[in-house]
Design a protein around this ligand. Structure first.
Ligand code: ACO
Length: 398
């Protein structure tokens, strides 16, 4: 497993903690994780109960404002978001400018950065009204941007959001609707996507959230901080894992479906091959989100008939869970082991999977930024280092 002592050493007043395995960067009242027990709670509410009973909209409100909304507060939040889904027309020029094969995560982050150029009025992080309107704009517009990134990559025209739909429904309409056809919303699909967004909505001080906080700690505005967070999420060790899992499963299938041989190669660390979707820095027990996703994957994919990749995923999980290598290192499926399969069955290409993660994680990033910026204890983030370079030397006389 993880040998913390090998990574940590204290030199004078400075503690070296590579990868921040044991260093808290802040105090936070948003999300609680107990990695040993496999517990995740948002604002005290267990993830299982939120998954069962809440909606993404309500969970977003809970994360951002600290408590569950009343029915009136939720309706007002919903209405407010519906009125902010449109992008400034000029923003469309950006989508025209990006190459068609651009990765949608790059488009997403660039467009969020560009959003900041349109709203000069809302850049002061210490003006609560400015932060509030930026919150609403980001929450309402990110799904619009995400669907435009998708349609551009497909060579399709962009659709305007509709005020008849809530956040998740609107995203599905703008992504899969056709301008010439009546759109029939698939309620099961909307519900499944809503659930996946709830499961991704926050996860305390992970790489992208820490990035949002670190950038924001310089008093950079919300757009700049979220744009940086999206970039942090794009890597395969973080949000990019969901598409990496699908590539891994497809590769195993194309090479004859030998799961045992693949696991052997992972254990021998052949070519640095990892079991993607397995392992987590904090969960050393089953990731509670993975258990919920697994159930949904079965329900959704069963409708579509036999899915060889789901069978392979289950075989892989079973083989790994019975293998000492994974048991000793406490490696279990994480939330993204099964999400790629679900997103694919919904009709998303694999380069969109991480974009979906970003839509889900947005309320968490925003809540963390707001908590950071209003906390009197916040200081600019400024880690120290342990210098290992050359001692002082004189510039050569020439
Ligand atoms: N497959 C095979 N071996 C693994 C895996 C894996 N997926 N993950 C960790 N290990 C091994 C390491 O090689 C190491 O073994 P060693 O002691 O023999 O060298 C040991 O388990 C400890 O792993 P670390 O890399 O030190 O653990 P860390 O906490 O730094 O990494 C991480 C966590 C990045 C998630 C890692 O497990 C990983 O790369 N997993 C695959 C990518 C993935 O699924 N990422 C998604 C994370 S969840 C999320 O962002 C939503």
């Amino acid at each position: 497993g993880l040998d913390i002592s090998a990574l940590m050493k204290t030199t004078g007043d400075t503690t070296l903690d590579v990868g921040f395995v044991n260093t808290a960067s802040c105090q936070s009242a948003i999300t609680y994780i107990d990695g040993e027990a496999g517990i995740l709670r948002y604002r005290g509410y267990p993830i299982e109960q939120l998954a069962e009973q809440s909606s993404f909209l309500e969970t977003s409100y809970l994360l951002i404002y600290g408590q569950l909304p009343t029915a009136e507060e939720l309706a007002a939040f919903d209405q407010r978001l519906r009125r902010h889904t449109l992008l400034v027309e000029d923003m469309k020029n950006f989508f025209d400018g990006f190459p068609r094969d651009a990765h949608p995560m790059s488009v997403l982050s660039s467009a969020v950065s560009a959003l900041g150029t349109f709203y000069q009025d809302s850049h002061d992080p210490h003006d609560p009204e400015a932060v509030e309107i930026s919150t609403i704009r980001l929450m309402a517009k990110l799904p619009t941007i995400a669907s435009y990134a998708f349609r551009k990559s497909q060579g399709q025209s962009l659709l305007y959001p509709s005020n008849d739909y809530n956040l998740v429904e609107n995203f599905l309409w703008m992504t899969f609707g056709q301008p010439t056809e009546q759109y029939e919303l698939d309620a099961d699909l909307a519900k499944a996507l809503d659930l996946l967004f709830i499961l991704h909505a926050d996860h305390e001080q992970n790489c992208s959230t820490s990035t949002v906080r670190l950038v924001g700690s310089s008093e950079a505005n919300l757009f700049a901080s979220i744009s940086a967070g999206i970039h942090a999420l794009s890597g395969p060790l973080h949000g990019g894992a969901n598409s990496a899992v699908l590539s891994m499963l497809t590769k195993i299938k194309n090479e004859g479906g030998d799961v045992a041989d693949f696991v052997r190669r992972v254990k021998n660390k052949e070519d640095g091959v990892k079991l993607m979707g397995f392992g987590h820095r904090v969960y050393k027990n089953y990731d509670p989100r993975a258990a919920i996703v697994k159930k949904t994957a079965h329900e959704l994919l069963a409708k579509a008939g036999d899915n060889p990749l789901l069978d392979l995923a289950m075989q892989l999980e079973q083989t790994a869970l019975e293998d000492d290598y994974f048991v000793e290192r406490k490696l279990y499926p994480n939330v993204d082991f099964y999400t790629g399969l679900i997103y694919e069955s919904m009709g998303f290409p694999s380069n969109m999977f991480t974009v979906l993660f970003a839509i889900g994680r947005l309320p968490g990033w925003i809540a963390q930024y707001r908590e950071m910026i209003t906390d009197p204890a916040t200081k600019i983030g400024r880690p120290r280092q342990v210098y290992v370079g050359s001692p002082a030397r004189d510039y050569p006389q020439r």
